[in-house]
Design a protein. Structure first.
Length: 115
């Protein structure tokens, strides 16, 4: 998975970039088909930085935005939102694989016992 971190209106130190990269690498554990994650950090308002995450999978794009009192809080918020999206999408794909027949057969068995 490729990780790109860009900064607008300021500079972020290498240790901070390393911490952000470490948090973004954990996203691959949730959904292993991610091909790239792009983090854009906007330091236009120093008191409330904005972090924009774009993650690319095979046929899907995920976007999450975080805003906080400091840079790491904004990154944490954006990563949390991205994790939620990835979990929801993974669950949706997993349910789709089970198919409608799986749900229909269990429901018919319940109604057959009631009659």
């Amino acid at each position: 998975m490729q990780i790109s971190i860009s900064v607008r209106h300021g500079h972020v130190s290498e240790p901070t970039r390393a911490m952000i990269r470490e948090k973004l690498e954990k996203l691959a554990r949730l959904y292993d088909r991610l091909s790239a994650v792009i983090a854009t950090i906007d330091l236009d308002h120093r008191d409330q930085p904005l972090v924009d995450l774009n993650a690319s999978a095979k046929k899907h794009e995920f976007v999450a935005v975080g805003e906080g009192e400091n840079l790491l809080a904004a990154v944490d918020e954006a990563v949390d939102r991205m994790e939620q999206q990835l979990r929801r999408y993974k669950e949706k794909v997993k349910n789709r694989r089970r198919g409608a027949g799986h749900r229909t057969s269990t429901n018919q068995g319940e109604h057959a016992n009631e009659v």
